[in-house]
Write a protein that binds this ligand. Structure first.
Ligand code: SF4
Ligand code: SF4
Length: 397
C-alpha cells in the first residue's frame, strides 16, 4: 500500500507503509542472456506479475532510474546494470506516460562517464533520456529513522515523482552481496559516502542499518534486479561472471534481496542488510511472507556461488571481548603485491586514511582499519581481496 508524502519538501515520493502482517510479492523471470527482446520480455513479465507498470508510474511522472554505475567498466565486465535492462525499464516507463531519467553517484568519475563506458550512455542517447550525475546534496530530515537524523541525498531524488531501483547482483567485500537495498547508497553524492563508513566504524551491521534507513527514506516504488550474469568472487568490481539467468522485480527490495539470497545459497545470517531490515521491521525477510510469482524458486537456484569471507566468529564473542580480538578474528584487506600497480587509488579512497605507500608497495595499518573494504572495491587491478583474520583461519582448520 502506498501513501503519498514529500521527502525534504521537494518532489512527491511514494512511501511504503510498514505492515508486519502483509506479504510481499517478487516477480521472477528466467532470461538466458542480454538479448534486447528477451530482456524486455522478462522485465515486462516480472512487472506484470506485480500488477503492471501503471501501478507505479502515472502520465507525466518524472521517474528516476537508479542504475548501478559503480565505476567505468565495459559491459562485458558485469560491474554495472546491463544497458538492455535499463532500456527495457525506460520503455515501460514511457509506455505508462512517464518521463525517465537515469542517475547515480559513482564511486569514481561521473555518471555520464561510467554510462558512456558500459553502454548505458548509448541507450540513453537512443531513447532520448538524460543522465544525471549525483553531485547536488540536499539535507533531508530523518528524525524518525534509526541511524542518522538527517541525510544528504541528491536533489535528483527529491525532484522525482517516482524512483525505480535497478541493482546488479554482485558480491561485496563488506556487505557480502550488493543487491536492492545497497544500491540505494548511490543517492549519497560522491565523496560523502566516506563519511558514512567512518560513522559506522568497524561494525558492518551498523553500516547495514544506515543503508536500510536510507532505503526506507527513499522508498523506491519498484526494484528491478539484473541477475542475468551476476558477479561472484572478488566483487563488486574485480569478481568473475556467474550466470544466474534471472530478472527479478518487487515493490519490496528487502523481500527481493531475501529471495535472491535463497537463489544463490546465502544464509540470511551472512547478509547484514537483511539482519538490519529484520531488526528494524522494514520489508519482508521471512520467506513465508514472500510470494514468488513467475518462476518456481526451486527451479531458479544456482550452486557454487563464491562469496567473500565474512567475520561471523565475532558474533559468538561477548561484546567486551570483541575489541581485543578484533584484529585476530575479523576479515581484513589482503594485498597481492604482484598485482599491485601502485596507482594509489586505494590510498585516496580509504575513509580511515590508514593506507600508505612504502618502497613501491602499499601498507595497511590494520589497527586503524574500519573494514569498510572501499580499497578492495575501488582497486582497478584486483590486487586487494578480503581475507580472514589469523585466529579465524586457525579455528576453521
Ligand atoms: S588500488 Fe590496487 S593497484 Fe592501486 S595501489 Fe592500491 S592495491 Fe595497488
Ligand atoms: S584499509 Fe581498506 S578496509 Fe581498511 S579502512 Fe581503509 S579502505 Fe577501509
Amino acid at each position: 500500500m502506498f501513501i503519498f508524502g514529500r521527502i525534504g519538501g521537494y518532489g512527491l515520493a511514494r512511501i511504503k507503509e510498514s505492515d508486519s502482517e502483509s506479504i510481499s510479492r517478487v516477480g521472477i523471470s528466467r532470461c538466458k542472456d542480454y538479448d534486447g527482446d528477451r530482456i524486455a520480455k522478462s522485465v515486462g513479465s516480472c512487472v506484470d506479475e506485480l500488477g503492471g507498470i501503471d501501478r507505479y508510474v502515472r502520465k507525466g511522472d518524472r521517474v528516476l532510474l537508479k542504475a548501478n554505475l559503480l565505476i567505468a567498466r565495459t559491459r562485458d565486465k558485469y560491474v554495472t546494470t546491463d544497458p538492455e535492462v535499463v532500456r527495457a525499464v525506460i520503455r515501460l516507463v514511457k509506455k505508462a506516460g512517464g518521463i525517465p531519467v537515469i542517475g547515480d553517484g559513482p564511486a569514481m568519475g561521473s555518471a555520464e562517464k561510467v554510462a558512456a563506458k558500459c553502454g548505458i550512455g548509448e541507450v540513453a542517447r537512443a531513447e532520448r533520456v538524460d543522465i544525471i550525475n549525483f553531485n547536488r546534496p540536499v539535507d533531508v530530515d530523518n528524525r524518525s529513522g534509526a541511524t542518522f537524523k538527517k541525510f544528504k541525498i541528491d536533489r535528483a531524488v527529491l525532484e522525482s515523482d517516482v524512483v525505480i531501483n535497478l541493482p546488479k547482483l554482485k558480491t561485496h567485500g563488506q556487505m557480502t552481496l550488493t543487491l536492492g537495498v545497497k544500491n540505494m547508497f548511490g543517492v549519497i553524492p560522491g565523496t560523502r559516502k566516506s563519511q558514512w563508513h567512518l560513522a559506522a566504524g568497524t561494525d558492518r551491521l551498523n553500516f547495514a542499518r544506515m543503508l536500510v534507513d536510507l532505503y526506507h527514506k527513499v522508498s523506491p516504488s519498484l526494484t528491478v534486479m539484473d541477475g542475468v550474469i551476476a558477479m561472484h568472487g572478488n566483487g563488486p568490481q574485480n569478481g568473475v561472471p556467474k550466470k544466474v539467468g534471472l530478472i527479478l522485480a518487487s515493490e519490496d527490495a528487502v523481500a527481493l534481496d531475501t529471495l535472491i539470497c535463497e537463489v544463490v545459497g546465502l544464509r540470511k545470517e551472512r547478509m547484514p542488510t537483511l539482519l538490519a531490515a529484520e531488526e528494524m521491521g522494514i520489508g519482508r525477510t521471512n520467506m513465508n511472507k514472500i510470494v514468488v510469482a513467475g518462476e518456481q524458486l526451486d527451479d531458479s537456484r544456482v550452486g557454487d556461488f563464491i562469496f567473500p569471507e565474512t567475520s561471523e566468529l565475532m558474533n559468538f564473542l561477548p561484546q567486551p571481548l570483541r575489541a581485543p580480538f578484533r584484529n585476530w578474528l575479523t576479515t581484513r584487506p589482503v594485498l597481492d603485491k604482484n598485482r599491485c600497480q601502485v596507482c594509489l587509488v586505494c590510498m585516496e579512497n580509504c575513509p580511515a586514511k590508514v593506507i600508505t605507500r612504502r618502497n613501491d608497495t602499499m601498507v595497511f595499518d590494520l589497527k586503524g582499519c574500519i573494514r569498510c573494504f572501499c580499497c578492495q572495491e575501488m582497486c582497478p587491478h584486483g590486487a586487494i581481496t578480503v581475507g580472514s583474520g589469523p585466529l579465524a583461519k586457525l579455528l576453521r582448520l
